[in-house]
Design a protein around this ligand. Structure first.
Ligand code: HEM
Length: 505
């Protein structure tokens, strides 16, 4: 492990290591054990599709215990990502309707409007000829979208600051993202205080929105607001609906009893979970799609042509999507580009806790492999880049793999950026929808150029990246790839993907 770590930059995402280790030590299996005593439980790295299926689909192992102390600072206790059993199941079924395809399509006009603001910001960047971090802009855009989905609010973070979002983003940076030794960071008094303060800001902001919505609902329940009852699907409304149905006595909801504190805290935790899980994974994907397309001009030409052919001229594209969001389903090449981007640059993975008596079967030999007291880590990056699975061009960008005529040839169960099984990503269709819309509005208007050679110009930009001097020391590429992923809540592009942009109109 130590040797492999010296071959990659200090800040590289740990999911980059297992494939390197397997190659270095000629490990032919697509799994291996790693003892990392005294830092944490031994790890069973899994990057074999059949093994991944065993631990996430055939027998969905519980989430890794070590996830809870991380998530508690972002979401509070009982969040949906790290919890299991009846608690998780209850919340998942409450929120599932919020992700029905029919509902997501109703968000398309809102996403178009927010993506238009994103393009206006890019125009400003192009006019000023400046270097900027694409991930910062993309994150503000995805936060605005997730604000609508969860709270039914316009957070407007592309045009202003929002205290809840600022607290959220600060919180991610105050967690140990830099490896096992960073755990000590959790004991620094200023960090403890800042995390407590951020937690309070997020809780009180979301709590206020929830209280206001509850009061409004109570009025409706008492008959004073009147009017036709509309089915609401924002995460916040779904949580309240779930609560009301639990509290009904004889088919009647007693709003006068107020909101139960336990429910209130749990609902705040779930809303915070969605805000966290639903923004930086998608913004990272937008950055890498843009980056890979500029590195592969043939693919860029194809996707631009598809946008012309299906969406019509760029000027009328926003209206075309708003009038008929289903037109997005025709963008086969765009979807293939997004899928290939997620293959090469998966923004997350799945960490599970092994169980006493539960053994994983080696797919080739049938040998029983113990899992008790272990971190079972399904490493998407290793699985998505393995030459034995994807062929010798596993490290190359070929969206064509995902075109309808080729999907039959894809390795079975090997593409899992959203994980599979009951704990798969609830927000995957939203992520695809937003990414498609954003690419449709951006790619024909702008050309991008990575600017890793101009990081000096960003050193005082006030971003979190600029504050972390340690990140800039030592080796700064992985096998000559300078846009490698770092761990920052999700897997994000190094230095926030510095870019220059030109407007082509
Ligand atoms: C490209 C974007 C995204 C990627 C790559 C991604 C990836 C994932 C993965 C791998 C998991 C499983 C994690 C695990 O097993 O521990 C997951 C779960 C989850 N994701 Fe996403 N996600 C994305 C976007 C979103 C969005 C937009 C939302 C919300 C709107 C979201 C909400 C969630 C939630 C709540 C879970 C937990 C689901 C459960 O356990 O029932 N994600 N995501």
């Amino acid at each position: 492990m130590g040797e492999a770590m010296t071959e990659v930059p200090a800040r590289a995402h740990p999911h980059a290591l297992p494939l390197r280790i397997a190659k270095k030590y000629n490990i032919s299996n697509k799994y291996f054990y790693m003892d990392v005593w005294p830092f944490q439980a031994p790890i069973l790295y899994v990057f074999d599709p059949a093994l991944s299926q065993q631990v996430t689909q055939e027998h969905s192992l519980p989430k890794f215990e070590g996830l809870k102390p991380f998530m508690i600072h972002l979401a509070g206790p009982g969040d949906m990502v790290s919890s299991d059993g009846a608690h998780w199941k209850k919340w998942r079924s409450i929120f599932n309707p919020g992700f029905a395809a029919s509902h997501l399509m109703t968000l398309a006009p809102f996403i178009v409007d927010k993506a238009t603001i994103f393009t206006q910001r890019l125009t400003g960047r192009a006019e000023r000829g400046e270097v900027f971090r694409l991930e910062e802009d993309a994150t503000r855009l995805t936060v605005d979208i997730i604000g609508k989905l969860t709270l039914d609010l316009e957070l407007d973070t592309q045009e202003s600051e929002n205290e809840m979002v600022t607290a959220f983003r600060d919180q991610v940076h105050l967690l140990p993202n830099g490896g096992p030794l960073e755990v000590l960071k959790m004991w620094q008094p200023t960090g403890i205080w800042k995390r407590w303060r951020n937690g309070r800001i997020m809780r009180s902001y979301i709590g206020n929105v929830l209280d206001q919505r509850f009061a409004k609902e109570a009025q409706t329940a008492n008959g004073s607001a009147g009017g036709k009852k509309q089915r609401k699907r924002a995460i916040l409304d779904l949580a309240l609906e779930g609560y009301k149905s639990q509290q009904e006595v004889g088919g009647q909801f007693k709003a006068s009893a107020g909101m139960d504190t336990e429910f209130r805290e749990a609902a705040i935790a779930q809303i915070r979970t969605f805000i966290f899980a639903g923004h930086d994974t998608t913004s990272s994907t937008i950055c890498y799609a843009t980056y890979m397309l500029q590195k592969n001009p043939d693919c860029l030409a194809k996707i631009r042509k598809e946008h012309d052919d299906i969406l019509g001229p760029l000027e009328s594209t926003p209206e075309a999507i708003k009038n008929d969001p289903h037109v997005l389903n025709k963008l086969e090449y765009t979807l293939a580009v997004i899928r290939e981007t997620l293959r090469m640059w998966p923004a997350a993975s799945s960490t599970r806790t092994g169980e006493a008596g539960y053994t994983v079967r080696d797919p080739k030999t049938g040998e029983a492999l113990p899992s008790e007291d272990m971190l079972v880590w399904v490493v998407h990056f290793a699985q998505h880049r393995h030459p034995d699975i994807w062929g010798n061009d596993a490290h190359e960008f070929h969206p064509e793999r995902f075109l309808p005529e080729n999907v039959g040839k894809l390795p079975e169960g090997a593409w899992r950026p959203f994980e599979r099984g009951p704990r798969n990503c609830i927000g995957q269709d939203l992520a695809l929808l937003e990414t498609k819309i954003i690419l449709a509005l951006v790619l024909r208007r702008f050309s991008f150029k990575p600017a890793f050679d101009s990081l000096e110009e960003l050193k005082n930009d006030g971003s979190y990246y600029s504050k972390e001097e340690d990140w800039k020391k030592g080796k700064q590429d992985i096998d000559e790839e300078e846009a490698y992923q770092i761990l920052l809540g999700a897997a994000k592009p190094r230095e926030g993907m510095p870019m220059r942009v030109k407007e082509m109109l």
